[in-house]
Unconditional design. Structure first.
Length: 214
């Protein structure tokens, strides 16, 4: 019910539209917008993405995250698999199964999400806020550049230890502004982590913003 209620009231071009739903005795059916493309995970695995393509994807996802946050919604499961690319190469955020409506600044405590995208505060069982979506967006952006998540251990325990304790490492050089944005999104201290509105104003998107406005 929560998933349906949240997604049904989100009307934004970069979020998959839920038109309605109905149910039988045993099943719930969602009537969703058709996207004739593929998942971002599939695109990332099969394609060497150019920097401009990555910037476009991350910028559109940042717009979607800001839209959700302004409406008091935390997605809590942003990842490559939960983003679709449509026939126009625009993104659509999907799967609101872990989403929650949190209109106040109160901290959440539910352990949820996907292991490789969990922020340090969730891993440590501390209260968290909407900044967990910024962390997940940073992990996703890192994967678009390097094909692997930034903290990836041999098992769940070692992955958690890396998320909490290891420094961020870049396997190969990338543009300086991209590295700066990633370091700000993947700041282990949620109080110092960049806000979504500042992500969108970051110099990494400067040329892209100008092109989008023309």
């Amino acid at each position: 019910r929560r998933e349906v209620e949240i997604q049904y009231h989100l009307h934004y071009k970069h979020i998959l539209k839920l038109y309605g739903y109905f149910q039988s005795e045993k099943e719930l059916f969602l009537v969703l917008e058709f996207v004739g493309g593929r998942s971002l995970h599939s695109l990332c695995v099969t394609t060497e993405l150019e920097d401009s393509r990555i910037r476009r994807i991350v910028y559109q996802l940042s717009l979607a995250v800001m839209y959700m946050h302004l409406r008091g919604v935390i997605h809590r499961d942003l990842k490559l698999e939960n983003v679709l690319i449509d026939s126009k190469n625009d993104v659509k955020v999907i799967d609101f199964g872990w989403s929650v409506h949190c209109p106040t600044e109160d901290l959440r405590a539910t352990y949820c999400g996907t292991v490789l995208y969990l922020s340090p505060e969730i891993v440590e069982g501390r209260g968290y806020d909407k900044s967990v979506d910024i962390w997940a967006l940073g992990v996703l952006m890192y994967e678009l550049y390097f094909k692997n998540p930034p903290f990836y251990g041999r098992d769940k325990k070692s992955t958690f230890e890396m998320i909490v304790g290891d420094s961020l490492v870049f396997p190969k050089p990338i543009r300086i502004d991209a590295e700066n944005l990633l370091r700000n999104m993947l700041n282990k201290d949620p109080r110092k982590r960049i806000k979504i509105e500042d992500v969108l104003q970051h110099c990494y998107f400067r040329d892209f913003r100008k092109a989008s406005q023309n």
